[in-house]
Design a protein around this ligand. Structure first.
Ligand code: AMP
Length: 310
């Protein structure tokens, strides 16, 4: 089934994305797509270098936050690849690997509506044929703070899969969400430290009405938990509004909003320097980022906001 759609003056024919589970097939489909675009451009007498590939790495159970990344990806290049892989390497013992939502069919339908041509959905066997014996990327000191302290090995696993996906897909650009601020920091540092050619683009956090940051894990929240979880974004908003008074005032304002919700068990609330991702001192001035993580029931939620401590 195809369906023409008008977007920004261009007419796209929407087809179901090709769902690809093999590295060789993905590479050959990308090469074909690039030559088709180059030939079409040549026929129209247009210039332009090699068509650009943009990757959006995800773990699926897609929501409007992921789709914002996909839309940004479409604006950045010629061919969008969305990867869907629940990466076992970034889950610790006792975490929600088994219960993490998996809904490939619904995800593919959502990506068809966005005009995405390729979905890379590998198996764990394809990604890690040697299992635990495989080579890994080490995230370094910042990788063991905050989310890394609560989830030892999480960032090594995340960087390892990102490095593999970049080598498999060879994107010019990859798109990440600001929701996972520590992930963004560590991916950017890995790209610089290991001299990757891919660059990344970061999309602002997409929130539901009431402020809760969208997350695949929100599906696990009961209505009362979801209502309580709004204290996190409310706390961050309160902090941002008093940031001019300094780090202490910002922390107090956020803490006050979160403490009144007994269903929200705070893990950390911290202000970091965006250049180092290390906690700032009380006298810090200039740009900063407040990070929060909490358990609501069994669901771990994270959020963050930029602060201007001027
Ligand atoms: P995940 O499927 O949770 O691994 O997320 C895949 C990508 O989507 C990551 O780069 C996330 O930061 C991003 N993302 C998830 N939720 C949101 C959100 N609410 N707003 C913006 N980006 C998001």
């Amino acid at each position: 089934m195809t369906q023409p759609q008008h977007t920004g003056g261009r007419v796209n024919v929407l087809t179901k994305p090709a769902v690809i589970g093999s590295i060789e097939e993905l590479r050959s489909r990308l090469t074909d797509a690039q030559s088709r675009i180059e030939n079409a451009r040549a026929e129209r007498g247009e210039a332009g270098g090699t068509p650009r590939v943009v990757l959006v790495p995800t773990m699926g159970a897609l929501h409007a936050g992921h789709l914002a990344l996909v839309r940004r990806a479409r604006s950045l290049g010629d061919i969008v690849v969305v990867s869907i892989f629940v990466n076992p390497l970034q889950f610790g013992v006792g975490e929600d690997l088994g219960s993490y939502p998996r809904m490939l069919e619904a995800d593919v339908a959502a990506l068809a509506a966005e005009g995405v041509p390729f979905v890379f959905a590998p198996t764990s066997q394809l990604m890690y044929p040697d299992g635990a014996a495989s080579t890994r990327v080490v995230a370094g000191a910042v990788g063991s703070l905050f989310e890394g302290a609560a989830r030892p090995g999480h960032f090594d696993g995340m960087l390892t899969v990102v490095a593999k996906l970049f080598n498999i897909v060879g994107p010019d650009v990859a798109v990440f969400g600001q929701k996972d601020a520590q992930q963004v920091f560590l991916v950017e540092r890995m790209l610089a430290d290991l001299n990757f050619r891919t660059r990344i683009e970061v999309v602002p956090i997409v929130r539901e009405d009431g402020g809760l940051a969208l997350s695949s894990r929100n599906r696990a929240l009961e209505p009362a938990q979801r209502a309580a979880a709004r204290a996190l974004s409310a706390g961050l908003e309160a902090a941002a509004s008093v940031a001019a008074q300094g780090v202490g005032a910002a922390l107090q304002a956020a803490q006050a909003r979160i403490d009144v919700q007994p269903l929200v068990k705070l893990d950390y609330l911290v202000v970091v320097d965006p250049r180092t991702f290390l906690p700032v001192g009380g006298e810090h001035h200039g740009p900063a980022r407040m990070l929060v993580a909490a358990l609501v029931g069994h669901t771990r939620l994270i959020d963050n906001v930029a602060l201007d401590l001027s």
